[in-house]
Write a protein of this length. Structure first.
Length: 79
């Protein structure tokens, strides 16, 4: 379970922490590419901006770099 809290623009730091975790998974598995967050977590949920991130990663199955790009685009319009 990946549970994400809100926090406005600080959600970007959440995405970077998740990216770091995925890099560690990649190294441990010897994979040539970063895994999708939806491949590593059975459930991804959140509140506030964490909910937006959860939708990107879980429901829409974005890769982490695409999610960061989308979050930056959304945050420019919202914050």
């Amino acid at each position: 379970i990946l549970s994400l809290d809100g926090g406005g623009i600080r959600g970007l730091s959440t995405l970077f922490v998740i990216r770091n975790l995925l890099e560690r998974v990649q190294r441990r598995t010897g994979s040539s590419k970063l895994p999708l967050p939806s491949e590593c977590f059975d459930v991804i949920c959140g509140v506030g901006t964490g909910g937006i991130i959860a939708l990107l990663l879980g429901r829409l199955k974005f890769g982490i770099d695409d999610a960061i790009e989308a979050y930056l685009s959304i945050s420019r319009k919202v914050f």
